[in-house]
Write a protein that binds this ligand. Structure first.
Ligand SMILES: C[S@@+](CC[C@H](N)C(=O)[O-])C[C@H]1O[C@@H](n2cnc3c(N)ncnc32)[C@H](O)[C@@H]1O
Length: 329
């Protein structure tokens, strides 16, 4: 007779594989902190979440991070403006992201900002929040009412919540978000920044389908690898594999079309995808001039190659005709 454990679907990867995926959180925030430290963009909060880099990061890496942070934040700001902040944001695999704090400073907070990650990452983030007043104060200032909850693996206040869940299990995710008052009637922005590539195509499809079916009006921003079938892509895969980190979802990262198709096949009405070189070209000339003056970059081709292997995709479902499909660069 089959046992309950054997009948239950298994979402988790092996413990070693998941540990390597969790390690990518540290990598991303160290690179962001380094780029901030030499003036690429301002983020007074990243220093509280991660140690400084042990060595310099290459200029093409720093410019790549600038385009990534700028690109995501441009679409996010357009969504907040379109909905007049009468919306919620769910950052999937948020790691040590600091967007909540930066939006609070800009007076652009949505009704509620949710973050989701593995329990170990969430516990680390909550520990930092609890022990560092520049992080805890903005949460307390934006909180109203009595229902403030904080334990090792979750924090729930009126404007900010962080919770531990495995994104490969959409029903667990749905249940936990609802417990923290996610409102399925509110326009919702879902962000996945370098996250979907760590799950199988079936798992990311099911997450995207859950998101498209749950909200009446929603936008999804996905930043990750693209053009991974070529030689440069293969080298990126091998480098990660050497650190025991496999890109289980690389199949969806073959091309801009495969990225778009995944969104369109899983319930989203419109979807667009552009590589990061294009995002870089859309940057205001004054920004380009400023960041290119920060560090000398010898090999322009290296930057182009790198940028052609990452993309931003954004998809919309707009049953309330809010004009979300007009959001673009
Ligand atoms: C490359 S990091 C990016 C972090 C953040 N989004 C950023 O861009 O700075 C990937 C993050 O996704 C999280 N993640 C990956 N797979 C996940 C899963 N199945 N469930 C929950 N979190 C996951 C990792 O723990 C990690 O924090």
């Amino acid at each position: 007779m089959a046992t309950a454990a054997r009948d239950a679907p298994s979402f988790a990867g092996s413990e070693e594989a998941d540990e390597a995926v969790r390690g990518t959180c540290e990598d991303a925030s160290i690179c962001k902190r380094f780029a901030v430290s030499i003036g690429y963009w301002k983020d007074p909060y990243i220093q509280y979440f991660v140690r400084p880099a042990k060595e310099r990061k290459a200029p093409e890496i720093n410019r790549g991070y600038y385009a990534r942070v700028h690109g995501v934040s441009q679409l996010l700001t357009a969504f907040l403006k379109k909905t007049e902040c009468n919306c919620q944001i769910i950052n999937l695999g948020a790691g040590m992201d600091t967007m909540f704090w930066r939006l609070k400073d800009e007076n652009l907070l949505p009704k509620k900002y949710f973050e989701v990650d593995f329990p170990m990452i969430v516990a680390r983030k909550i520990h930092n929040i609890k022990s560092k007043p520049p992080l805890s104060k903005p949460i307390m200032e934006s909180h109203s009412g009595e229902s403030f909850l904080i334990d090792a693996h979750s924090l729930d206040s009126s404007r900010y919540a962080i919770l531990a869940a495995d994104l490969r299990d959409s029903s667990e995710l749905d249940e936990k978000l609802k417990k923290f008052n996610m409102d399925t009637q509110l326009p919702t922005l879902l962000i996945a920044e370098c996250v979907l590539v760590y799950m199988t195509p079936q798992q990311s499809a099911s997450l995207l389908k859950w998101a498209a079916n749950t909200f009446q009006a929603a936008m999804c921003i996905n930043y990750e690898q693209v053009n991974m079938a070529d030689r440069f892509g293969q080298i990126m895969i091998e480098n990660l594999q050497r650190r025991q980190c496999s890109l289980a979802g690389v199949e969806a990262c073959k091309s801009l079309d495969s990225q778009r198709d995944r969104l369109l096949l899983n319930g989203w009405e419109t979807a667009r995808a552009i590589d990061m070189m294009e995002v870089y070209r859309y940057l205001p000339q004054a920004d380009v001039k400023r960041i290119e003056g920060l560090e000398f970059l010898d090999e322009k081709e290296l930057l182009e190659q790198l940028m052609q292997h990452y993309c931003i995709c954004w998809a919309v479902k707009d049953r309330c005709n809010l004009g979300l499909s007009n959001i673009t660069f």
